[in-house]
Design a protein around this ligand. Structure first.
Ligand code: GLP
Length: 265
């Protein structure tokens, strides 16, 4: 696992954009599916703005890219502004020129979310492997919507949100935690581990504890982000605030300073 500690959230956005572009280029070069795994929430937004800037200024092409989402709320009607399909279209994929038909997420709007979970897992099997999966982390250590207690081998399924996560996400629903759906569909931890490269981004002091627990704590279902320790290619990108509880912070800075050009992300 590589831990990249950077001064500002903007620096994190640039490095995440580099890592995502590098993974897509690598997939193209190998003749592998060019599948980009996307996350929602606030953490990825600066990286998304950087990708859009590069696409607009340099013409970086996404013509061959398929995008897949990590998760979705259950019960929001299709087209609801806070459904993750809508959020990702608004924040990223439209601006990159990715055809909505090539942007996939679990279907939380249909009558049968249990079947939708199986369908999404099958779609990921057929479309993947995901070249690179971007992740944020919840204040309770969740990734995707895999709340504490999630099986480390889980697949896409319905989950029930903790009250903490509903409160954290209330800001997207007019500060009303009761308006945040109680149920979600999420790629499982085992599903996420199938991606070729995992890139987790976190910024701000409120992420310092979950980042330290995921990166340096024991591997445990109680901290779903700790499952990253099982993956052979992980890049954790944090600003100084989110990395402030890492005991090995000095070592991570030293490694970054002495990184070989050939190592890439
Ligand atoms: C949300 C999402 C996650 C996200 C996390 C952190 O509930 N389901 O994919 O990574 O919680 O969100 P934020 O980046 O807004 O802090």
């Amino acid at each position: 696992m590589e831990v990249v500690l950077l001064p500002t959230p903007e620096d994190c956005g640039r490095v995440v954009a580099d890592a995502l572009e590098g993974a897509l280029t690598g997939a193209r070069d190998r003749g592998a599916p060019v599948v980009l795994g996307l996350a929602t929430g606030s953490s990825p937004l600066l990286a998304y703005r950087e990708l859009i800037r590069r696409h607009t200024e340099d013409g970086t092409s996404y013509d061959d890219v398929t995008a897949v989402l990590l998760d979705e709320y259950v019960g929001l009607p299709a087209g609801h502004p806070e459904s993750y399909r809508e959020v990702i279209r608004r924040e990223l994929t439209d601006a990159l020129g990715i055809d909505p038909a090539r942007v996939h997420g679990p279907d939380g709007a249909g009558p049968d979310p249990l079947a939708a979970a199986l369908d999404y897992e099958a779609l990921l099997e057929a479309t993947g492997p995901v070249a690179v999966q971007l992740l944020g982390i919840g204040t309770n250590g969740h990734i995707g919507f895999n709340e504490p207690g999630s099986s480390l081998a889980s697949r896409t399924r319905v989950k029930t949100l903790t009250e903490q996560t509903r409160a954290d996400n209330a800001r997207f629903f007019g500060d009303d935690a009761e308006a945040v759906p109680r149920h979600v569909l999420t790629q499982g931890l085992g599903t996420i581990l199938r991606a070729g490269h995992l890139v987790l981004v976190a910024t701000g002091e409120h992420k310092a504890a979950p980042v330290a627990a995921a990166v340096e704590g024991p591997l445990t279902a109680s901290v779903p982000g700790s499952v990253l320790q099982l993956h052979p290619h992980v890049t954790v990108v944090v600003d100084e605030a989110a990395g402030s509880r890492l005991q090995l912070a000095d070592h991570h800075r030293y490694v970054l300073e002495h990184k070989l050009a050939a190592q890439g992300w």
